[in-house]
Design a binder for this molecule. Structure first.
Ligand SMILES: Cc1ncc(COP(=O)(O)O)c(C=O)c1O
Length: 441
């Protein structure tokens, strides 16, 4: 496929205005201008299904879908209709609404290992709420964090483990204890080095690698033995890897789990769920239930709850998860084939589960390369595909996958030449950056 003659003039001008007004030029750093090539759509106007249109009218097949918030597709009919109907009924009241009860009941059918749930607006708040409960329940301060999982919260307890730790009190530094995924020994060591001090163990039960047999069960057993709260962050795995999340997929039950991202198909909703005795510490019913747990003005505004119920209905009545895997498998297979055809099998290849597909972009020396990643994005964008990842949705049809593989084919021809000649002659502007590096590892 040939690169189109796309121009980005309007989009770039609007993007500059946004950068002048909003620190980081975006409300999530991962969407910001330093994450993308110069020749890219700085501002999007609208989306439908798996397609988006930028401010210059260019159309793209999109992946990543709002940082994985949109699992069904943009402007997905049944979700939009349910939300539209709810808007006529008011969206925030002085007392709880019936919608809060219905959504809680629906969610707990979806995640049957949990006894209680509390909704909030973003995943970071939910994971921070989990840590607060764990600290209160155990009377301990430290948190064991899986270093192979890149992000748990924008709050201090997690960001203190990264290079973006400005503004965080020094008292918060040093409270995170690292351990590695699929390495029970590293968690055992963390407990041994900090006896009776670790309040919670945070991990994604699965991400790019599957758990080795016995790993998740072993983590469960170590938490029980050392009196720590086990938290599965299901932000990605919920509504993507398995209908019942990673806990349903592997049959290991955490004490607390956190959901968000795709649960309301892009509407702002996340959830903290888990065992009654822990959750009720935030319940204000008994002396000692004194945790101020997820209490915000917009916590239960009804459109997001209605969107979540509509989303759960689609996931349960249609083969959404199967579709995410099937199209992801086609993409992974296609990427491998196209890459091999260009002699780039060692440079560009799929990574991770088909339902949450990523890709590697290696430079001439064989190591990860931001320059080559940026070039690859530039060249796929110019061919009509916006793919910071290959994370798909229920709306990615076969024709969209074909368009994507065609764009990858064209982009890899340029990639191969850039490997020979040097990337500078091909990449327009600066390479993209990473948002932060981990300090604790
Ligand atoms: C695994 C995981 N946990 C937590 C979060 C935080 O969620 P949010 O951005 O909604 O605060 C993210 C966001 O990327 C995530 O990927």
């Amino acid at each position: 496929m040939q690169a189109g003659m796309r121009h980005f003039d309007t989009s770039v001008a609007l993007g500059k205005r946004l950068r002048d007004l909003v620190p980081g030029g975006a409300h999530t750093y991962a969407k910001g201008p330093d994450q993308y090539p110069e020749r890219s759509p700085a501002i999007l106007e609208r989306g439908r299904g798996c397609r988006v249109w930028d401010a210059d009218g260019n159309e793209y097949v999109e992946y990543g879908m709002g940082l994985r918030a949109v699992g069904l597709g943009h402007a997905y009919g049944p979700v939009v209709e349910a939300v539209r109907a709810s808007l006529e009924l008011g969206n925030n009241f002085t007392r709880p609404s019936r919608t809060e009860l219905e959504c809680a009941e629906r969610f707990l059918q979806f995640v049957p290992t949990a006894d209680m749930v509390k909704f909030t607006k973003d995943g970071s708040t939910a994971t921070s709420g989990a840590l607060k409960l764990a600290r209160r329940a155990t009377g301990r301060d430290l948190v064991a964090i899986c270093v192979d999982h890149p992000f748990f919260s924008y709050d201090d307890w997690f960001i203190a483990t990264t290079t973006a730790d400005g503004g965080i009190p020094s008292s918060e530094l040093g409270r995170a204890v690292p351990f590695s995924y699929n390495d029970l020994g590293s968690l055992e060591q963390a407990f041994d080095e900090h006896p009776d001090a670790i309040a919670a163990v945070f991990l994604e039960a699965v991400r790019t690698d599957a758990p080795v047999p016995g790993f998740l069960e072993g983590v469960r057993e170590l938490c029980d033995r050392h009196g720590a709260v086990l938290v599965f962050d299901e932000m990605l795995t919920g509504f993507r890897y398995h209908l019942r999340g990673a806990q349903g997929m592997y049959g290991v039950t955490p004490d607390l789990s956190t959901f968000g991202k795709a649960m309301a198909n892009g509407f702002s909703l996340s959830a903290l769920a888990g065992r009654r005795e822990l959750m009720e510490l935030g319940g204000r019913q008994r002396p000692g239930d004194d945790v101020f747990l997820l209490s915000t003005t917009h916590g239960a505004e009804t459109p997001s709850l209605v969107a979540a119920m509509a989303t759960m209905n689609v996931y349960e009545s249609e083969p959404v998860i199967e579709h995410l895997y099937r199209q992801g498998e086609r993409l992974a297979r296609g990427l491998r084939e196209v890459s091999a055809a260009h002699g780039l099998s060692e440079h560009v290849f799929p990574v991770g589960f088909p339902c949450n597909l990523l890709f590697a972009t290696r430079g001439p020396e064989g190591g990860p390369s931001q320059e080559f990643r940026t070039l690859f994005l530039q060249e796929t964008i110019s061919r009509g595909v916006l793919m910071p990842s290959l994370v798909d949705s229920y709306s990615h049809g076969d024709a969209d996958i074909d368009v994507t593989l065609g764009a990858i084919d064209g982009a890899l021809a340029v990639y191969a030449r850039a490997l020979e000649d040097g990337v500078d002659g091909y990449l327009v502007g600066a390479p993209s950056r990473t948002v932060f590096e981990r300090r604790v590892h």
